[in-house]
Design a protein around this ligand. Sequence first.
Ligand code: NAP
Ligand code: 8YV
Length: 318
Amino acid sequence: MTDTPRLLFIGPGMPAVRTRLAKSFDVVDLPADGTEAFLAEHGAGIKTVATFRGIAPDVMAALPDLKVISSFGVGYDSIDANEAARRGILVGHTPDVLNDEVADTTIMLWLAASKKLVQADAWARSGAWEREGNYPLTKSVRNRTVGILGLGRIGQTIASMAEMFDAKVIYHTRTEKDVAYTYYGDLVEMARDADVLVVITPGGAATQHLVNAEVLSALGSEGILINVARGSVVDEVALIAALEEGRLGGAGLDVFESEPHIPDALKAMDNVVLAPHIGSATVETRDAMGALVCENLEQWFSGGTIKACVPECQHLNG
Ligand code: NAP
Ligand code: 8YV
């Protein structure tokens, strides 16, 4: 018998996080198979969850004593935060510590897509330089209009970095922000004026297919789409059609609708740069995210509040 609260660890996750949590919590792992039977036996009494892949509604429902969920990642579209709030459960996430990393990845994708780094690399490796001569010229990234869909923590970091490339930054969000950039209340109008469209909103129902065929056509045959948000925000079928038909110039994609599946059509295109959801994926940033997962739970253990709470549950946080 122990006084330490029982914690359900939903992985696979970082071993260092599990080890640190085991110092304060009685950690049990959610098994990959036999989940239902496991929860029927152990669900009652579990007060805390640390998760690296959200929490399914049936798992949350099978935890009647749950008080806090600490999630790895800033995006929490795989957690029903409204249901958690209704049940008085705090949901923690990992904002801010990854802003620079995700912005760096965004700029990398933009530069790679515009300056055709991947294709030029293939040209160099294949011997085409010797056989066929210099790689064709690309378009400069300087003095472009960069439209940012979602000007939050990460979007604002991307905006600052884009300014270093002499970009004119414009943005679309539901509510106008107190910033010097030009606000567009209409996404299609913004896409029409942008050379590059960066998508960095949350995922989930509210942003499902916000970037549709109309937005992509407005961005245009010279335009570049960069998606570092969630695959669900962009209509992937419409994206493939726009690229195939030349209505969109190119794309840099870190996220996809059915990860880890990437449609073969995208893989076959030479005007697309693909990344396997690596926006925050460096040792340093993942360590910082893992530490915040622990801090959220440790703070709750000592005082009943968490350090980084999602807005839906903020009213429950002390
Ligand atoms: P944030 O600070 O909450 O910013 C979200 C921004 O999106 C806000 O400006 C918000 O403004 C806007 N927004 C929300 N719903 C919208 C809608 N329906 N239409 C237009 N704009 C909308 O979040 P963040 O920390 O910057 O993170 C953003 C997202 O990036 C995460 O939720 C996650 O999905 C994604 N992400 C991806 C990676 C990766 O590895 N690729 C890494 C980290 C994060 P309004 O509320 O005014 O609309
Ligand atoms: C992580 C992310 O790759 O923070 C987010 O929302 O998408 C990324 O930082 C993801 O959370 C890991 O599961």
